[in-house]
Design a binder for this molecule. Structure first.
Ligand code: 13P
Length: 257
């Protein structure tokens, strides 16, 4: 059975106290309605800013099915890389997951598929699970090259992993035109792309792994539209930005399966 997952990408929002409060509120709601009764674990992954991870790891410790991750990591273990954070550091803070290849990192920080491939490798080798993001721009969709763009992002960023490493990956499809715009992909558009991604995984790693692989949708997913998106056969959950910053909205999304 494929794991159903809702992940919250807080981006560069909240200070440490606000982040602790938000994660406490989410955990309280989940404790009242434990995730196991909704779907199999892992269920929820919180991606706060780096400096929150230690505190949030303590808060989620006893809440089954809730995990904390980092929004980025560097592709070296340690050394003279001022301002960067490595996978072992993230793990030692209590995180289990890391987001790699978010479109904001690709665009604002010029992260290439090659860099993302290196980051993914280091993260997995050092015991983190990777949520690997892919997505096309509006121009690419309008030019009808969106399938090609996704194929390339996955081929160059991910598909060189061996099957064992690849089983530590979750893919998040986030069309860039849907991120933070209020313009969500239609359930059909999401389903089409998720089915395509699953087909690519099957070609590369076999049907068995593809069938059990979680593919999340991200981009203006909220408490109102989550259910319709999650109902699609190949949509296994969501990577939520804005709506993950309000505990009530985020919890509604968690309950949308
Ligand atoms: P929004 O949900 O705010 O559109 O952001 C999506 C996203 O980028 C999650 O990684």
């Amino acid at each position: 059975m494929r794991k159903k997952i809702v992940a919250g990408n807080w981006k560069m929002n909240t200070n440490v106290d606000e982040g602790k409060k938000l994660s406490q509120e989410i955990c309280e709601m989940i404790k009242k309605k434990p995730l196991k009764t909704i779907y199999g674990s892992p269920g929820v992954i919180l991606f706060p800013p780096f400096v929150h991870i230690i505190e949030i790891a303590k808060i989620i410790k006893d809440v089954e099915g809730v995990f904390v991750g980092a929004q980025n990591c560097y592709s070296e273990l340690s050394g003279a890389y001022t301002g960067e954070i490595s996978a072992p550091m993230i793990k030692s803070a209590g995180a289990t997951h890391v987001l790699i290849g978010h479109s904001e990192r690709r665009k604002l920080f010029n992260e290439s598929n090659k860099m993302l491939a290196a980051k993914t490798s280091f993260a997995i080798e050092n015991g983190l699970n990777v949520v690997f993001c892919c997505g096309e721009s509006l121009e690419e969709r309008e030019n009808e090259i969106h399938f090609e763009v996704i194929r390339r992002q996955l081929k160059e960023g991910l598909f060189w992993l061996d099957i064992e490493s690849f089983s530590n990956v979750i893919i998040a499809y986030e069309p860039v035109w849907a991120i933070g715009t209020g313009k969500t992909a239609t359930p059909d558009q999401a389903q089409q792309m998720h089915a395509f991604i699953r087909e690519l995984i099957a070609e590369k790693y076999g049907k068995e792994l593809a069938d059990s692989f979680s593919i999340l949708y991200g981009g203006s997913c909220n408490a109102k539209n989550a259910q319709q998106l999650f109902e699609q056969e190949d949509v296994d959950g969501g990577l939520i930005g804005g709506a993950s910053l309000k505990a009530g909205d985020f919890f509604k999304i968690i309950q949308s399966f």
